[in-house]
Design a binder for this molecule. Sequence first.
Ligand code: SAM
Length: 195
Amino acid sequence: MPGELVPADYFRKMDRPEICRDDRPLEIDLGCGDGKFLMEMAREHPERDFIGVERLLGRVRKVCKKITKRGLENAQVLRLDSRYVVEWLLPESSVSRLHLLCPDPWPKFKHHRRRVMQLDFLESVRTCLRPGGEFLFMTDHEEYYQWSVAKVAAYGKFEILEWTEDTFFYPKTDFQLQWEAEGKSMFRLRCRRVD
Ligand SMILES: C[S@@+](CC[C@H](N)C(=O)[O-])C[C@H]1O[C@@H](n2cnc3c(N)ncnc32)[C@H](O)[C@@H]1O
């Protein structure tokens, strides 16, 4: 499908030229859903390249259609599991910003191990970020937020930076809009790779 990124080989790390042009900053949106955030970021920042990662085919199709309709040459979508992409496909030190926005909170205790935010995931995030690169996490679920802050603290290799709505251009996601309309607040966590 036009707009879809298909790796040349699913069983080895991708080469940088496969995922972005020249030495342009690369941003990854994990679990991009219907792609509103991805579209608005790509339009606002034509000087950067964007990849949305989404496992549901129907959503991938929708995002591909939006990319094509808007003529965005700096956005692509990859149909795969986020964890697999971060742990196995992204080249080391390749990503400027990695976004994990409104992921499934898996609220029941017995399901917490399904949460994306785990120590081995954080290690893989750090490895694929460029030095000084950022990992941005946002949720409406306060307990998942506190869990994530604790995981990042336990991991210990990120610097926590201030992040408010006004810190930089950051369009609202589809789920964020839905939850804010229900009166929920968003919790933000901004981590910088330090070496
Ligand atoms: C709650 S929605 C949030 C979508 C979007 N980020 C937003 O804020 O509007 C979570 C999205 O992540 C996708 N997703 C969940 N787990 C995933 C995984 N392991 N790999 C890729 N996509 C995943 C779901 O299919 C869904 O589209």
